[in-house]
Design a protein around this ligand. Sequence first.
Ligand SMILES: Nc1nc2c(ncn2[C@@H]2O[C@H](COP(=O)(O)OP(=O)(O)OP(=O)(O)O)[C@@H](O)[C@H]2O)c(=O)[nH]1
Length: 236
Amino acid sequence: MPEQNNQHFHAPLNQPRALRIGVAGPVGTGKSSILATLCRELAGELSMAVVTNDIYTDEDARFLRSAGVLPTERIRAVETGACPHTAIRDDVSANLDAVEDLEEAYGPLDLVLVESGGDNLTATFSPALADAQIFAIDVAGGGDVARKGGPGITGADLLVINKTDLAPHVEVDVERMVADASSVRDGLPVLALSKHDTDSVARLADWVRSVLARHRAGSHVPSDPGPMAPHSHPHP
Ligand SMILES: Nc1nc2c(ncn2[C@@H]2O[C@H](COP(=O)(O)OP(=O)(O)OP(=O)(O)O)[C@@H](O)[C@H]2O)c(=O)[nH]1
């Protein structure tokens, strides 16, 4: 793990703040695992921090701290109370405070990952909180989930179809699921991912690098699929 900077930091005017990527999706689809994977892949080259949202606990933050993927003080938990949507979409102040505290304490940061509380298919981040959004569904939820639509599936900057290693056990055709998802996403990228498949993990990290490059170039929205053309990702 790289040496971490504990000094207080004020970003110079010409330096962009950290890229903020939100990760949302239904309960148990692998959001925390995606954060852990990205920290493992990218913390050697980027200065990173994480904010988790749980309804009543700080369980996701504790999972990430115990995974040892980042220094524990770079992982902050927001307890959202009853409605996880509110904290990431409507009143994002608690999350923004957490992000800004982390930038103040450990900046300059390149990347802050914000995990939403597990919810349903309608969770989306306010653009005031996240510059780009990953939405995670998984094969264990059934092959037809990708066809159900909803703002996460149709509009997230990257749709992850997770746990593809489980597909044979739950009788899901991943290629079909990717095609279904791609057809409702109007060219936005879809990634078939398994934390056990190093090629898919590398593609996930490459997507984040490409979004970061656009962020640094001053382009806010990841408007093109970058290296993740919808039909170009093999899966295990
Ligand atoms: N087989 C397999 N299991 C996975 C994969 N990714 C995550 N899991 C497992 O799925 C379960 C849920 O993963 P989490 O990362 O906790 O999911 P989450 O979306 O953060 O869960 P909530 O925060 O409770 O909504 C855990 O047992 C993970 O080990 C994967 O790629 N393959």
